[in-house]
Design a binder for this molecule. Structure first.
Ligand SMILES: [Fe+2]
Length: 298
């Protein structure tokens, strides 16, 4: 059974353990999250100029929309200020900055009415992040930049917690994805030709829930939850940001949720940065005897 907790006052290790068991935690009123929302909005406003960003899709042709969204997403992910704000947020959420690492955050731009569902606005089909070669120990943060509704959030397929779904993740290799596919996002306008891992069986609509928060509200969930982009029929473009955190001791000691069906090869762990000082994570998991070394040169 999956429990959704709202503003539960709980120590982070206990919360993480619950998330590993399928719990979802919502947190509201976190100032450090609001700070990221404000930063994201300033970049969004810069990108869309005089257009109302939530409705610009109705006034811009597709190529022009992509021309604005592509650099906006890259800027948000890679700007040093974003990293500083994420450090503040993860610490505010109670994680140990010395043992917690984070993946660079992503800004998601999901237009309404299937205006664009590929490339920079790819509408993710049901997946677990392990299908994309993420380790099962990740705790995902998902945060709307503007208030959202059920018609423009993410679908959480909580009925599939610990329940396998036949999928094509065995064909996903992370290194190959980075070198051959990731950079193609901006050119996938008319359709998606990148080989995303996909479910190979229909998912049961009765297993889906949607959790709609206001701007800045944080949804924390296991990377092993099955989730997807809900078809946006809200009439406005959804902007949200997400990031993933990893407790290094859990990774080394193999604690965490069961990965019921992910078969991707490679790993994303070398992309993670230590919260305390942005040191890169280098880890060798061969032979089940992980050796961790910290590279401080990044
Ligand atoms: Fe995902």
């Amino acid at each position: 059974m999956v429990t959704v907790y709202i503003d539960r006052a709980i120590d982070e290790p206990i919360r993480r353990e619950g998330i590993y068991s399928g719990d979802i935690h919502m947190r509201t009123g976190v100032a450090e999250s609001t700070a990221i929302v404000e930063w994201a909005r300033s970049l969004i406003t810069e990108a869309f100029g005089d257009f109302d960003p939530q409705r610009a899709q109705f006034e811009l042709d597709l190529e022009e929309f992509v021309r604005r969204v592509g650099p906006l997403k890259s800027r948000f992910t890679n700007d040093d200020h974003t990293k500083e704000l994420v450090q503040d947020l993860v610490i505010a959420m109670g994680s140990d900055p010395e043992t917690t690492y984070f993946d660079l955050p992503r800004l998601r731009v999901v237009p309404s009415d299937a205006y664009l569902t590929s490339g920079v606005s790819y509408a993710y089909k049901a997946h677990r992040d392990t299908w994309y070669a993420h380790p099962p120990q990740l705790v995902n943060y998902w945060v709307p930049v503007y208030d959202c509704v059920g018609d423009n959030v993410m679908s959480m397929w909580t009925g599939y917690w610990n329940r396998p779904v036949r999928n094509s993740s065995a064909g996903f290799d992370y290194d190959r994805w980075v070198s051959e596919q990731r950079f193609k996002a901006a050119s996938n306008i008319k359709g998606e030709d990148r080989p995303h891992p996909l479910p190979l069986e229909p998912v049961d609509p009765l297993c889906e829930i949607r959790i709609a928060g206001n701007a800045g509200d944080i949804m924390l969930f296991s990377t092993c939850q099955l989730h997807s982009t809900a078809p946006n029929v809200s009439g406005v473009t959804r902007f949200s940001f997400d990031l993933r955190t990893l407790d290094i001791n859990d990774l080394i000691e193999g604690r965490g949720p069961t990965n019921p069906d992910g078969a991707a090869t490679g790993t994303t762990v070398c992309d993670f940065l230590r919260v305390s000082d942005l040191a890169a994570l280098e880890i060798d998991l061969r032979d089940r005897t992980p050796e961790v070394s910290i590279n401080t040169g990044r």
